[in-house]
Design a protein around this ligand. Structure first.
Ligand code: NA7
Length: 541
């Protein structure tokens, strides 16, 4: 008979959040911690997303942990934006350096978790049927980890290989001499298409909605630049934490239409030439006001028309369905110019969706496009997908996925009423996906660690979000979104990419700096909005 293993805390996921949780809870609080990870290595998103061209859209020097000065001083990044292999080797370095692997169980999925009211503990059930218990359960499952291939008719009839960008084969894929279909033009498609086009015989891109993309201007990181940033790291990190997006960007010029036209254009020219997502923050009101938004949007349209030689293709690539910045802006290398290649064809799905997948390709508008391989760059069941995939049962056996049937409900994006001693990293209701993820992850993990430390000190065995506090937070998250243009886009932030998913704006738009202040204030006020129950008050057996 198997024995149920007991820990102080169980963490689900060994990406950047799970690794840092393990370090803080084990090494700073002295807890026994077990991390379950379905992959056979650390890194989460960066473990799975091995598609050609995969690269972070946040600069290397800031897409990195700040908790260890030795680590941040010693690690050397090679490029302005880190490639997937480099981020993965960084994650592995961190795992070795902080001896994380010894408490991570790889190739292990958590199928379910149930709270026991009598003992104030969670019992998780693993995919081999075994169980483990802990007082605290912390989910670190990522926001874009439930990859999704749409339910295309005939999908199983295709005789060639198919790939999803978020489940790329570890040994890589050789597209030499092959005709490749890429479905999807989000960040993943936009990064992969130029690289696949360099290798494949032909690439046919199937585009439902064009996206705004700005040049990365990726380049090797010079030693001087690295030294300069490292010398100023403390201040730069503090500035990033206090900022809206967890990244320090050049200040906005003011309201777009109040800025003199010449200055407006030269600022956009400057940002386009500098590269990176800071392009969208040239003005204060780009995501707040339609007319202001058009200034930056039309600037990108002009650049697309300039770069892409075929005017019809250029027009198809110009995003007109959503305001710029209301879907995460893509950061690319040679994306638009790729459409000037002889071996790249754009098929717009605007008027004709993919009718079906056949044994030899895709049928659109009655026309068969024959290909040898299909790449699905079709995205994720974002934010709620990875959590709803686990059967999480709180008080009285209530299921988290039932509680969230009409859209996710959390308090501060870290806890849920009815689910005591459960903490979630970067869940809906937090600003994480709108930010530099690592800044958000460190903030969440530090806050959760402090909350657990407080409970341990005070002899608290149960910490639970109050329903009223949760309702107020959900209302605040909705309110923050309602003042912006974000809900105008059919984005994964809104759940709009999944048929039948409730249309709720999931992330918190107040900014990571403001959010941090709110979380700190909640803690200072004795964890306002949480019910803290001391040991004697619960029915311990
Ligand atoms: P995204 O951004 O969700 O992009 C998915 C793409 O796939 C997008 O262009 C979709 O078109 C397209 N798609 C999805 N379903 C279909 C169907 N049924 N037919 C045709 N096209 C479809 O995922 P990514 O992986 O690129 O990026 C995710 C995040 O990673 C990104 O935001 C960054 O934060 C990093 P749609 O726009 O829905 O019309």
């Amino acid at each position: 008979m198997r024995t149920t293993r007991k820990y102080d805390a169980i963490v689900i996921g060994a990406g950047f959040a799970g690794m840092y949780l393990l370090h803080r809870l084990r090494d700073d609080l002295g807890l026994s911690v077990r991390v379950y990870e379905r992959g056979d290595g650390v890194g989460g998103t960066w473990y799975w997303n091995r598609y050609p061209g995969a690269r972070c859209d946040v600069e290397s020097m800031f897409y990195s942990y700040s908790f260890s000065e030795e680590l941040e001083q010693e690690w050397e990044w090679t490029e302005r934006y880190p490639s997937q292999p480099e981020i993965l080797s960084y994650a592995n370095h961190v795992a070795d350096r902080f001896r994380l692997r010894e408490d991570i169980e790889f190739n292990t999925s958590v199928d379910g978790a149930r709270y026991d009211d009598a003992t104030d503990t969670w019992t998780v059930t693993l995919d081999d049927g075994s169980q483990a218990t802990a007082r605290y359960l912390v989910t670190a499952v990522g926001c874009l980890s439930a990859s999704r291939v749409p339910d295309f008719e005939g999908i199983d009839s295709f005789t060639g290989p198919t790939y999803h960008t978020g489940r790329w084969p570890h040994e890589g894929v050789d597209f030499s001499g092959k005709r490749v279909a890429v479905i999807g033009t989000g960040s993943s498609g936009i990064q992969a298409i130029p690289v696949i086009a360099e290798q494949a015989a032909h690439v046919t891109v199937f585009q439902r909605t064009p996206n705004f993309s700005v040049p990365a201007r990726n380049a090797p990181l010079s030693e001087d630049e690295q030294r300069r940033i490292k010398a100023a790291y403390r201040q730069l990190r503090a500035d990033a934490r206090a900022s809206a997006s967890g990244v320090v960007t050049p200040p906005a010029l003011g309201k777009a239409l109040e800025v003199d036209e010449e200055l407006r254009t030269s600022e956009l020219d400057r940002r386009w030439a500098a590269g990176g997502a800071a392009f969208v923050s040239a003005f204060d009101d780009t995501v707040l006001d339609e007319a202001a938004n058009r200034v930056s949007a039309e600037y990108v349209h002009e650049r697309i028309r300039e770069i892409v030689k075929d005017p019809e293709v250029a027009e198809l690539l110009c995003p007109k369905d959503h305001p710029i910045g209301t879907k995460r802006i893509c950061v690319d290398t040679d994306y638009y110019a790729t459409y000037n290649r002889d071996n790249v064809t754009l098929v717009s799905l605007r008027d004709n969706p993919i009718e079906r997948i056949t044994s030899t390709g895709l049928r659109v508008g009655g026309i068969d496009h024959e290909v040898d391989a299909i790449v699905f760059a079709t995205g994720y069941d974002a934010m709620t997908g990875p959590l709803n995939a686990i059967d999480i049962r709180g008080l009285d056996g209530i299921a988290l996925r039932d509680e969230w049937a009409d859209g996710p409900r959390t308090y501060l994006g870290v806890a849920a009423a009815g689910f005591p001693n459960l903490f979630m990293v970067t869940a809906p209701g937090s600003p994480s996906v709108l930010s530099n993820m690592i800044v958000s992850i460190e903030q969440h993990v530090d806050w959760i660690t402090d909350a657990i430390a407080h409970a341990l000190r005070a002899g608290i065995v149960r910490i639970e979000a109050e329903r009223q506090a949760q309702d107020d937070w959900v209302e605040h998250v909705n309110e923050a979104a309602s003042h912006t243009l974000y809900p105008r886009a059919a984005s994964w932030y809104m759940g709009a990419n999944i048929p039948g998913k409730p249309r709720v704006f999931m992330p918190y738009l107040g900014g990571v700096g403001a959010y941090r202040k709110i979380c700190d204030e909640v803690a200072r006020a004795g964890y306002r909005g949480f019910t803290l129950t001391p040991a004697a008050a619960t029915a311990q057996p």
